[in-house]
Design a protein around this ligand. Structure first.
Ligand SMILES: Nc1nc2c(c(=O)[nH]1)N[C@H]1C(S)=C(S)[C@@H](COP(=O)(O)OP(=O)(O)OC[C@H]3O[C@@H](n4cnc5c(=O)[nH]c(N)nc54)[C@H](O)[C@@H]3O)O[C@H]1N2
Ligand SMILES: Nc1nc2c(c(=O)[nH]1)N[C@H]1C(S)=C(S)[C@@H](COP(=O)(O)OP(=O)(O)OC[C@H]3O[C@@H](n4cnc5c(=O)[nH]c(N)nc54)[C@H](O)[C@@H]3O)O[C@H]1N2
Ligand SMILES: [Mo]
Length: 798
């Protein structure tokens, strides 16, 4: 905070001393320079805790410390010395706090006591745990139907907490499990099983050591999975080719100085990361993917004609796949003109990328939110699979599909049953373990929960972590609906927006964090998590709890379950919480894939959950890996408005989802502010706008509801024509609730058609605070880099 608002080109590599400095600042800001550093030493260690940051695996679960700036920040934000106490709540009404910035809310510190909302004083007051549990139980039991309640999960919860939670909710009688995954990698969970029979990635960390080429679509590893930079850094240094597709020239995709590399640090050197970074149009990835496949097929046709070795892996295609002919037909009728127009890239660039792919014996295809958060996100993901299958790049060393998951245990949550669509196996497993039959009908996901809230069909909302009210699309409208609920109850570590956008009654239930010692009736407990590559391992905290009044997440879930289900429950809640081994034993009964769970997590490094696709066993209806056709090239519904820009919403370098570490975004050169919109020079010129000017951003909606965010500052940035970018969650009011992928129901956070207009005089109805216009900042020349993008035909003008 207190940082001056400036826009300045960042010319250093990502990582390096800048990362070390930022880490030091984060620890100091949280008042923990010494203990914080000690805490860090236990992160991702055999006997330590799993980093609460991202889901990238860590080889060092078996060896020494690996530095990661954003992992350190995630730990510092949890291990802070600051506290959010009953005295704090007594001093500030909820209406007053609602006017605070998200950064300031979390900076208050760790929650220390269970709190209940008191309408008379408009304040949160302390409440005993027993009374809090009883209040939840009363509300749930007063419902006409269990499906009037929704049970949200954010992906930081452990396997043990998530499993108990789903067992409780199913015994209560609902499958309403909206979760953060619904807003994130649902397109992967829905798309990949149709293609390859599993909804997870097929690579392990060691595959990165053997890949000849790595392609990164719509993912920003330097910020969101910084430990991945070590793997990219070594891959680049041993000569593997890395090709990235991103509308932004993300600095870490260009060059990176590894804090793990003493020579680079001492000499201020760096390693180039992407051999080529192509600035694809927002929503242009499917055009790129189909273009690459088309180039491969054309090269294969030529090879066949000239009697040279084939480019397609014919043996694999014939032996393992289904549907190649339909794919080939579709690629042949897709024109290069359209591919160029929709991707914003030239045919030569796409052919070059395809050439690198064809030259590689083994290739890994990595992707993130830039692919999943589109209207046809599921089909996007399937084109990644198609590209991989064409050359047999699944199920062999150094090759595979690599969706980079978000929250540190979001993948584990799904594995242990956080899903609104229970499978037959899950229902039978629960019956085996606990002797009750879970409901079989599908429950609500995030979109369905929001729709139910809007209709008034939802009454109670319980959240195991997260910040639902800020992470969701269309939050200005949705928050009104949340306020009409009978009860909201949040299990949380830090105060956030969702606690202030509350129901008629409301609870904040403070829990232990992952860095903290968790002592239960039978002694200290560890939890377990699963990373992006399906490695499961134990995590145990070392720090003293932030307050003696905290309970662990499993204990809170069990407390709510007892108060709701009473003596009739078939689940031994107390015994399971007394010793988490018993929870894991139950997980093993429900999910046989966890066989010998308790033994295997006691081996340093944990164990790998087998993936059939990795073994080239295809658990699909055809019994083969399926090529699936994407008809056309529109990732998002067409826009006819010539002034439309495609707005993408993404993370700054200094935020963890809705948690802000500061208001700056170092690598993109934005300091002390987040109410900005990135646009290129041509788009500014078209609108007669200048850098630093204030604009209103108006969504082009089809339901006649006005969605606007006001007085955002224009930042001139290297981006393709026809698009713009802004930060999440500030820009979420622009994402209409109806804009989601019909298959996975992932919100289209990465392409909202908008108009950008000079700011109206800021009135009382303005969605943002009025901020005086600053003079246009001085721009330096962009440093030379490998980036190329062609601006020939912008998608918005098609
Ligand atoms: N430090 C930190 N770590 C995190 C998180 C965090 O907020 N902070 N969040 C966690 C979570 S839950 C998740 S899901 C992951 C998210 O990690 P990422 O998947 O990296 O998420 P984003 O930053 O939203 O967007 C990724 C990239 O997509 C690009 N992009 C935007 N639109 C498009 C498009 O249409 N096409 C292409 N090709 N690219 C596009 C953006 O420029 C950005 O570089 O990270 C996890 N790790
Ligand atoms: N526009 C736009 N919107 C998006 C996205 C986007 O790219 N663009 N990304 C989407 C994605 S990928 C995701 S995953 C969602 C994220 O949505 P969420 O997972 O709901 O949000 P977070 O910001 O990660 O939640 C932060 C809060 O979690 C609580 N917390 C932290 N640690 C713990 C813990 O150990 N236990 C418990 N119980 N609580 C804890 C703290 O109170 C903190 O305030 O947002 C989605 N929304
Ligand atoms: Mo996510």
């Amino acid at each position: 905070m207190g940082k001056k608002k400036v826009i300045r080109i960042y010319s250093d590599p990502a990582g390096g001393w800048g990362a070390l400095k930022a880490t030091g600042e984060a620890l100091t800001l949280q008042g923990i320079p010494v203990s914080g550093a000690k805490t860090l030493l236990h992160m991702n260690q055999p006997q330590g805790f799993d980093c609460p940051g991202c889901a990238w695996p860590d080889p060092k679960h078996t060896s020494s410390f690996e530095f990661c700036e954003n992992g350190a920040k995630a730990v510092a934000w949890e291990a802070t010395v600051n506290r959010c106490t009953p005295e704090f709540f007594a001093a500030h009404s909820v209406s007053e706090l609602a006017a605070w910035d998200d950064y300031d809310l979390e900076m208050v510190g760790r929650l220390t006591h269970p709190m209940v909302y008191d309408r008379a004083s408009d304040r949160y007051l302390p409440i005993s745990w027993d009374d809090a549990f009883a209040l939840v139980g009363r509300h749930l039991n007063a419902l006409e139907h269990p499906d009037q309640a929704d049970f949200y999960t954010s992906g930081r919860a452990s396997n043990e907490a998530a499993f108990l939670y789903q067992i409780f909710v199913r015994e209560f009688g609902s499958n309403n499990f909206p979760d953060c995954s619904n807003m994130c990698h649902e397109a992967t969970s829905v798309g990949l099983p149709q293609s390859i029979g599993v909804g997870k990635g097929t690579v392990l960390l060691e595959d990165f050591e053997h890949a000849d080429a790595i392609f990164i679509f719509g993912q920003n590893p330097g910020t969101n999975s910084p430990r991945m930079m070590s793997d990219l850094h070594s891959a680049s240094r041993r000569g593997a080719k890395i090709v990235s597709f991103n509308p932004f020239r993300e600095r870490a995709l260009e060059r990176f100085a590894s804090p793990q590399n003493p020579v680079e640090m001492a000499t201020l050197g760096y390693t180039p990361i992407s051999t080529f970074l192509y600035q694809v149009q927002v929503g242009g990835d499917v055009a790129v993917l189909k273009g690459m496949m088309k180039a491969i097929v054309e090269a294969d046709d030529a090879a066949l004609a000239a009697d040279r070795p084939r480019i397609l892996d014919i043996e694999f295609i014939e032996g393992h796949t289904h549907g190649i002919d339909a794919l080939l037909d579709d690629l042949r009728v897709t024109s290069w003109d359209d591919i160029e127009r929709y991707s914003g890239l030239s045919r030569a660039d796409i052919e070059n990328a395809a050439h690198i792919y064809m030259q590689a014996d083994n290739a890994i295809l990595v992707y993130g939110m830039g692919l999943t958060q589109h209207h046809r996100g599921t089909e996007n993901v399937q084109q990644i699979a198609n590209l991989a299958l064409l050359r047999g790049n699944v199920g062999r060393p150094g090759a595979g599909i690599c969706p980079v998951r978000g929250h540190s245990n979001v993948q584990g949550n799904r594995t242990v049953g956080i899903t609104e669509k229970p499978s037959k196996e899950l229902i039978e497993g629960i019956e085996r373990a606990f002797g009750f039959r879970a409901p079989g009908h599908h429950g609500r996901d995030v979109i369905a929960t929001l729709e139910a809230m809007m209709r008034g069909d939802a009454k109670v909302f319980i959240a195991l972590g997260g910040n639902f009210a800020a992470a969701i699309p269309d939050w200005v409208r949705m928050q009104e609906a949340i306020r009409k609920l009978e009860l909201t109850a949040h299990i949380a570590t830090k105060l956030n927006r969702s606690h202030l956008v509350h129901g008629k009654e409301a609870l904040i239930l403070p829990c232990l964090g992952r860095t903290e010692i968790d002592i239960q009736a039978e002694g200290p407990q560890s939890i377990t998590v699963e990373d992006s590559m399906s490695m499961v391992h134990a995590s145990g905290g070392r720090n003293e709890p932030a307050s003696p009044h905290l309970k662990s997440e499993p204990a809170i879930v069990a407390g709510i379950a007892r108060a709701t289900l009473g003596e009739q429950s078939r689940v031994p809640w107390e015994a399971m919480v007394a010793n988490y081994d018993r929870i894991r034993d139950a997980i093993e009964i429900v999910y046989p894939i966890f066989q010998a769970y308790n033994e295997r997590i006691r081996v340093p490094g944990g164990f790998h959950l087998a993936s059939t696709a990795r073994e080239r066993v295809w658990a699909t209806p055809t019994g083969r890996a399926n090529f699936l056709v994407f008809n056309g090239l529109d990732e998002d519904p067409l826009q006819s408005d010539p002034d439309a820009l495609w707005l993408t919403t993404m993370r700054s370098h200094d935020q963890y989802n809705t948690t802000l570490y500061s208001h700056s975004d170092r690598y993109r050169g934005v300091f002390g502010q987040r109410d900005v919109v990135f646009m290129n020079q041509r788009e500014l010129h078209k609108r007669n706008l200048h850098p630093g000017e204030r604009v209103d951003i108006v969504a082009i909606s089809t339901d006649r509801i006005e969605r606007v965010i006001r007085s955002f500052k224009v930042v001139e940035y290297s981006l393709p024509d026809g698009c713009c970018g802004a930060y999440y969650p500030e820009a979420n009011p622009l994402v209409p609730l109806y804009a989601f992928d019909p298959q996975s129901r992932t919100p289209s956070y990465k392409s909202v058609p908008v108009k950008v207009v000079r700011a109206a005089a800021v009135g009382p109805d303005s969605a943002t605070r009025a901020i005086p216009v600053e003079p246009a900042p001085q721009r330096e020349e962009s440093p030379p880099c490998l980036t190329t993008y062609s601006t020939c035909r912008a998608r918005s003008s098609r």
